[in-house]
Design a protein around this ligand. Structure first.
Ligand code: SF4
Length: 464
């Protein structure tokens, strides 16, 4: 029996005669094509949105945007790989009408149109909103770390910078001495090479000074050499590679990302209100209900949400008393008396408020007299027991109570926010290709746009 055989390569008309026939009617490339053609490129401020009247014709930014969205949709992100796809991928040939821009043109487009690409991502969200694709019943907020384009070995602190500066200074002094020697002896055969090496060392010295200055200015402990916008991020004992914290606000019923941001926040504690307020603005709602995990628990954000008519549902993020044998009273054993602004301990004694509020908004309450207390072994190993209370504790408690009253909220959160991150991490291999937060935001906008287009296709084909 023979194998199934293909066509003869020399046979004329092996492919369909019209380029239109290369692409199926259900192909996502057609959705990308229609969406990009519907955008107002001048209003979005794309470079060369209208062709120049003289000089060499440039590529249409519409074609390059289609190429990038298609690339992110299909996990092809680098400009060199996109250049290759233009020459071998039939859908890409159809999409950009057999144009074949080189990789530099492709990369320059992404670099030069950062704000416009972010605007195109937002335009798709507004289009979906205007089509009534969002229910906005519940918005789930979450954050995930995406690796920056830098290696963990490039994380520097002040001692490491100082050590490298010391070594550089020694090498620079050596080269200067060599140059002086050359001046005296006059052969000058490798003078050019020495001067070049010296210039490179001095340039590195300037760069290290700049990194040290930025560490000092920002009050940070670490900085990533070559990618100073990123920060070491991670939890637990594992490594903390240079990363960005990507935030999303997802419509829980449909799975669309209604708002996103790329930040250098090392955790999610300060992100609840900014994300919720931005989602509310995008959705043009008077009131919004949002849900997030305990990492977003913050008294300041809870209070800000209440003021802005946002109903936040976030569980408390509190650990038990970490001292002793793990069976000591945690703060829930203490009763707060609002009228006297003090806590009553399990032994019935008062804990009085300290006047100072720390920079995280915490107020300390201290027991004045723990002497002779029979419960002390279960309460504290210190002389006096202290309990902390956030200055917006009431708002925090209300936020927590909503989750306790409806435990299904956390399940809805998990089902809605984790899928978009999983899809985008696959599209981007969990890491950015470009450096700097501005370029990272451009990349994430392309990824979110590709995800939302994918979501709209899935909803149209499988509405259930
Ligand atoms: S140790 Fe102090 S704070 Fe704790 S129960 Fe006894 S009296 Fe109250």
């Amino acid at each position: 029996m023979n194998y199934v055989t293909g066509d003869d390569r020399a046979q004329p008309q092996l492919l369909p005669p019209a380029i239109e026939d290369y692409v199926e009617s259900s192909s996502p490339a057609r959705v990308i094509d229609s969406f990009v053609d519907s955008l107002d490129f001048t209003a979005l401020k794309f470079l060369r949105a209208t062709p120049a009247s003289f000089g060499r014709p440039s590529y249409d930014p519409r074609d390059l945007l289609k190429l990038y969205i298609y690339g992110y949709f299909n996990e092809v992100r680098s400009s060199r790989r996109l250049e290759r796809e233009c020459k071998r991928n039939l859908e890409v040939m159809w999409l950009v009408r057999r144009l074949a821009p080189d990789h530099k043109t492709i990369a320059d487009f992404r670099r030069d149109n950062s704000a416009a690409i972010i605007g195109a991502c937002r335009a798709f969200v507004l289009f979906c909103r205007d089509q009534g694709l969002f229910t906005a019943r519940l918005i789930a907020i979450d954050g995930a770390k995406f690796r920056a384009a830098a290696s963990p070995i490039r994380i520097m602190d002040q001692p490491r910078i100082a050590e490298e500066i010391e070594k550089l200074d020694a090498r620079i002094a050596g080269y200067l001495a060599k140059l002086d020697e050359t001046d005296v002896m006059e052969p000058a055969d490798d003078e050019g090479a020495t001067a070049k090496a010296l210039a490179a060392l001095q340039q590195r010295r300037t760069e290290l000074n700049r990194l040290s200055g930025r560490l000092e200015r920002d009050g940070r402990k670490f900085i990533v050499d070559g990618e100073p916008d990123a920060r070491p991020m991670g939890f637990g004992r594992g490594g903390k590679p240079p990363s960005y914290n990507v935030q999303t606000a997802v419509d829980a019923d449909t799975g669309f990302i209604v708002h996103h941001d790329v930040t250098d926040e090392i955790n999610d504690t300060r992100m609840l209100y900014p994300m919720a307020a931005s989602a509310k603005r995008v959705l043009e709602r008077e009131q919004l209900t949002v849900v997030a995990d305990a990492g977003f628990s913050s008294g300041a954000c809870a209070a800000a949400c209440e003021v802005d008519d946002i109903t936040a549902c976030v569980p408390a993020n509190r650990s038990g008393n970490p001292h002793g044998d793990g069976f000591q009273f945690d703060r829930s054993a203490f009763t707060y008396e609002a009228d006297t602004d003090r806590y009553i301990c399990p032994a019935g004694r008062a804990l009085l408020r300290k006047p100072r509020v720390d920079r995280d908004g915490l107020i300390m309450y201290v027991a004045k007299d723990c002497s002779g207390c029979a419960l002390k072994p279960r309460c504290t190993q210190a002389r006096y027991r202290t309990v902390s209370r956030h200055q917006h504790e009431d708002a925090l408690e209300r936020m927590t109570a909503r989750v306790m009253a409806d435990p299904s909220l956390m399940r809805q959160r998990r089902c809605s926010v984790e899928h978009p991150f999983g899809t985008m991490k696959r599209m981007m291999s969990g890491r950015f290709l470009t450096r700097g937060i501005r370029k990272a935001r451009t990349e994430m906008a392309l990824s979110v746009l590709a995800y939302n287009i994918l979501r709209s296709i899935n909803i149209r084909t499988c509405p259930g």
